[in-house]
Design a protein around this ligand. Structure first.
Ligand code: DX5
Ligand code: ZN
Length: 224
C-alpha cells in the first residue's frame, strides 16, 4: 500500500498560539502543515495571509501546504512563495487561466496543486496534469472547519486515482492525491481505500487532547 501523509490544518488551532501549535503538530508526526487562506470573498470566511505564513516559517520546518481560497489568486502567488510556502494549491474557479496560474507557481520554484470543490468535475484537471504536483478533493464546501464529510466525493477520489496512475504509467511525474474536510479516524480509511495519499485534518487533530495519537489514528488504517 502507498504511504499516507497527514497534513493538519492550522485553521482549527488556537490562533493566539499559532507558532506553538505548528511546532506541536510537527513534533507529533505531521508530514505537512496545511495552511488555509480565506479572503471573505471566494469563501465566506477570513483567515490569515502571507504575513502569518512567514512568521510561522521560523517555528516549523515541515513542508508548508498552502491552500488558497482567494480570488483572484494570481496577484498573491509571489507573496506566498516568498513567505515560505512549499506547495501552493488553488481553485480553478479563482481565475480564468488555471494553466497560467500553475505555470506561475512552478516558475516561483514551488510545487503546485489544483483544488476541486464538491461540485467541480475531475475533467478540470485532465489537461493540466503535467503542471500538477497535487490534486486536492474537497470533501466539504470550503470556508469552515468542523463540517461533515461528503461521501459523494469518494467516487471522485477513485476516478482521480485512476487518472494519476495512468499519467504516471505513461511516464508523467508523480501527483499527490489529497482530501480535505471532515477527515476523522472513521472517514480516513474510506479516503485511503479510494486512493488518497494525503489527508488534511483540522478538528480531528487540533480538537484532540493528544496530537500524536490523533495523527497516528488517521494514518494507521493504511497499516492494517
Ligand atoms: C475548509 C478547509 C479545511 C478545514 C478542514 O475550507 O479547507 O482545511 O480546515 O477542517 P476539518 O478537518 O475540521 O473539516
Ligand atoms: Zn484546506
Amino acid at each position: 500500500t502507498r504511504p499516507v501523509r497527514i497534513a493538519p490544518s492550522l485553521l482549527a488551532a488556537d490562533f493566539a498560539r499559532l507558532g506553538e501549535e505548528a511546532r506541536a503538530v510537527a513534533a507529533a508526526g505531521a508530514d505537512w502543515l496545511h495552511l488555509d487562506i480565506m479572503d471573505g470573498h471566494f469563501v465566506p470566511n477570513i483567515s490569515y495571509g502571507p504575513v502569518v505564513v512567514k512568521a510561522l516559517r521560523r517555528h516549523c520546518a515541515i513542508p508548508f501546504d498552502v491552500h488558497l481560497m482567494i480570488a483572484p489568486a494570481d496577484p498573491y502567488l509571489e507573496a506566498f512563495a516568498a513567505a515560505g510556502a512549499d506547495l501552493i494549491s488553488l481553485h480553478p474557479e479563482a481565475g480564468a487561466h488555471l494553466h497560467r496560474s500553475l505555470q506561475t507557481i512552478r516558475a516561483l520554484g514551488k510545487q503546485s496543486g489544483v483544488v476541486l470543490n464538491p461540485a467541480t468535475p475531475v475533467s478540470v484537471v485532465e489537461n493540466v496534469l503535467d503542471l500538477c504536483d497535487l490534486i486536492l478533493v474537497m470533501s466539504v464546501n470550503p470556508g469552515f472547519g468542523g463540517q461533515s464529510f461528503l461521501g459523494s466525493q469518494l467516487g471522485k477520489i477513485a476516478a482521480l486515482r485512476r487518472m494519476i496512475d495512468a499519467h504516471v504509467a505513461a511516464g508523467g511525474q508523480p501527483i499527490a492525491l489529497q482530501v480535505d474536510g471532515g477527515i476523522t479516524a472513521e472517514t480516513a480509511p474510506r479516503c485511503i481505500a479510494a486512493g488518497a495519499d494525503v489527508l488534511v485534518a483540522g478538528t480531528a487533530v487540533f480538537g484532540a487532547p493528544d496530537y500524536a495519537a490523533a495523527i497516528a489514528a488517521l494514518r494507521s488504517p493504511a497499516l492494517r
